[in-house]
Design a protein around this ligand. Sequence first.
Ligand code: ASP
Length: 330
Amino acid sequence: MQMNTRRKFLKSAGILTGILALNPVKAAEIVTARKKKPHKPIVLSTWKFGLEANREAWKILSEKGRALDAVEKGVRVVEDNPQERSVGYGGRPDRDGKVTLDACIMDENANIGSVASLEHIKNPVSVARAVMEKTPHVMLVGEGALKFALLEGFEKQNLLTPESEKEWKEWLKTSHYQPVVNIENHDTIGMIALDASGNLSGACTTSGMAYKMHGRVGDSPIIGAGLYVDNEIGAATATGHGEEVIRTCGTHLVVELMRNGKTPQQACEEAVKRIHRFIVQRHKNPRELQIGFIALNKHGETGAFCLQSGFNYAVHDETSNQLFDAKFLI
Ligand code: ASP
């Protein structure tokens, strides 16, 4: 019997009143279940390009598909787009002129897969999924990741577009590494979704900080830093200066805060405050950094917060696909 029908039946029979009187715990459960009817399906992702990624994910979610498929397909749209210069094909290279990609994926059963510093493959998120589903490991890096991808049939291609190459050559003239906050040289797509069956999954993919050292790995492919999902609690993903997110195990922190009763919004705010404290403690200037979190709980409630203004995120549910400016700390 459906929950609602059952409640109506119990009520009309006067049984609910009986339960309330005799068993307050049970009664509390019934009331909570009613209050927390999950808002699903829903998908959210980082930055403006999240709008087009959400649209793709929504095709799957609206057909009652799996959140895992939705997040993979969703972020691939941005990986495929050479105009997006911070993810996948067309992403800005490292200081040696190499485009090295980081990505990870996590499903409702705590299955995880990740690749880091992967060259020549346009869709690292799908390689990450293959690591998750077809290997006994959770993370492959560099040449090993490439070898695995080729064995799996992924196409090897040049990811350095003429535009990215031209900019890199310009950068080489000064070779000054100072990532500019909120400017396209550091935008990752992180996507988290709750599907019609009530399951959560997430994906995160990036070309990382432009002109990073060759071999540098950011937070995006690291489970618990750039992405974390606990199907009983919620999911979170991050963007911005990966070193700061790794230092705080950022998305794991957000999910644990939700576990301890925080709303997704409160959890994102507290995690950003923790990062801010660590930055100040190390005598760094927070104004030179940006970090943004988005979070989603099991009930479909969302949250987002960042260090300073400029971070936005896109939310798609059954009513709309909308871009929001995240609130910020400083
Ligand atoms: N978090 C990414 C990294 O550190 C970059 C970004 O999202 O801006 O590689």
